[in-house]
Design a protein around this ligand. Structure first.
Ligand code: LLP
Length: 404
């Protein structure tokens, strides 16, 4: 049992807390599901990019799926070997491509033909051969929230099958490109297996037709997306997930790459916030807390549900919106949530907050971002200090002084 009162007292609120032992168990479970095949779990750094979290996965043998050169740097800093790092994303800048090539990462995942031409050009300048994969958009409905669904042609991600094929042929004929992998990622928070299996089948067929053209790929990268339970979702078991993918790969000797983010960190994380006030606007009850959308934006952005633990607080429950101090009506952490009467300084714990929580935070309303704490083997330690006012204005201050 985690003593949230002690943590809130020691580190103050709003606060993120991550159970590192839980992360380890999730990592092991997924790794185990793919055993029997060569596989790399490439942690999707965007889910929670705190250096201590990335290092934790590095120590477990994880690779990294990165979507900016900043994330690549984080991964390298934390000891993830370059040969287990992948760089994806629809809009890579020249300097990012150059640095990724110079760092000799496993491969760059291409999301358009235009991007391939930039990579080829930069590789030629550096006089090296760039290892690449192509992100295929299999036009599959992942049946998840539209903002995190990526496998349909209406989304900006990847390229259609025919374009992918043309890109591979071009790459094979280029002295500066070496096609080594193929990638798809149809969405996040996936709770149905069929779309994943269908996508894997389509992509595996493409791999076969490429091999008929003597383009032999080594890495079958299935993206991330494995859903977790926030409320009462039925989730996919790692074993079933792995089997669905592996069943499409008969007669193909490829290393599986999987890019889990949420599965590894979401339910390891808690967001702690304290009650400031209660108020009633007509029939509507509001509980104002010290955390806000700048700390945890998922409820505002996706109407996401996070279970709220009121700890030892008792009493009759009525519905309330839990809202933060930010000046936006969209600033809420929960809507119509059944809560007992709350008092100043009562603690609320938002669960499942370890993925896309802190990382999507901002300084909106000049609010410093929360501190982050790791829990490991029963011990707590700070892994990011709370941002101060000076931190927030650090990049602006000199300009004010220069104009005085
Ligand atoms: N690989 C690629 C190429 C991705 O785009 C993503 C997530 C992942 C892997 C990791 O997916 P995961 O295993 O975490 O589902 N902010 C949203 C989620 C955005 C996901 C973006 N891409 C949220 O809070 O739900």
């Amino acid at each position: 049992m985690i003593d949230f009162h002690v943590l809130a007292k020691e580190y103050s609120t709003p606060l993120y807390v991550y159970d590192f032992n839980y992360m380890s168990r999730q990592f092991e479970a997924l790794k185990e599901a793919f055993k029997g095949r060569k596989s790399i779990l490439a942690y999707a750094v965007k889910a929670n990019s705190n250096l201590s979290v990335v290092k934790h996965f590095a120590q477990m043998g994880s690779g990294a799926d990165c979507v900016s050169i900043g994330e690549v740097r984080r991964a390298l800093m934390c000891g993830i070997p370059a040969y287990r790092i992948i760089f994806s994303g629809v809009g890579k800048q020249d300097h990012e491509i150059r640095e990724a090539l110079e760092s000799d990462i496993l491969y760059i995942n291409l999301e358009s033909d235009a991007e391939m031409q930039r990579v080829e050009m930069i590789a030629r300048e550096l006089n090296i051969t760039a290892r690449i994969s192509v992100r295929v958009n299999p036009n599959i409905d992942a049946k998840t929230h539209p903002y995190i669904s990526t496998g349909l042609h209406s989304s900006k991600f990847g390229v259609d099958l025919n374009s992918a094929k043309r890109m591979y042929i071009r790459a094979k004929n280029s002295q500066y490109l070496e096609p080594v992998g193929i990638h798809f990622h149809i969405g996040s928070q996936l709770t149905e297996l069929d779309p994943i299996r269908e996508a894997a089948e389509i992509v595996a067929d493409l791999v076969r037709s490429l091999s008929a053209l003597k383009i032999n790929l080594k890495f079958f990268d299935v993206g991330g997306g494995l859903g977790v339970r926030y409320k009462n979702e039925t989730t996919i078991e790692p074993y079933e997930y792995a089997q669905a993918i592996l069943s499409t790969l008969t007669a193909l000797d490829m290393t599986i790459i999987c890019e889990p983010g949420r599965f590894l960190t979401a339910n390891a994380g808690y967001f702690l916030t304290k009650v400031l006030y209660e108020k009633q606007n007509g029939d509507k009850r509001f509980v104002m807390v010290d955390g806000a959308m700048n700390d945890l934006i998922r409820p505002s952005l996706y109407e996401a549900y996070h279970h709220v633990n009121t700890l030892d607080k008792e009493g009759e429950k009525t519905l309330a919106d839990i809202v933060g101090p930010v000046c936006e009506s969209g600033d809420f952490l929960a809507k119509d949530y059944a809560l007992p009467m709350m008092q100043h300084n009562d603690l609320l714990v938002f669960e499942s907050a370890g993925a896309y929580g802190f990382g999507m935070g901002s300084n909106y309303n000049t609010r410093g971002r929360s501190a982050e704490v790791a829990l490991e083997d029963g011990k707590a330690r700070l892994i990011r200090r709370r941002e101060s006012f000076d931190d927030i204005i650090a990049n602006e201050r000199e300009f004010l002084e220069a104009n005085e």
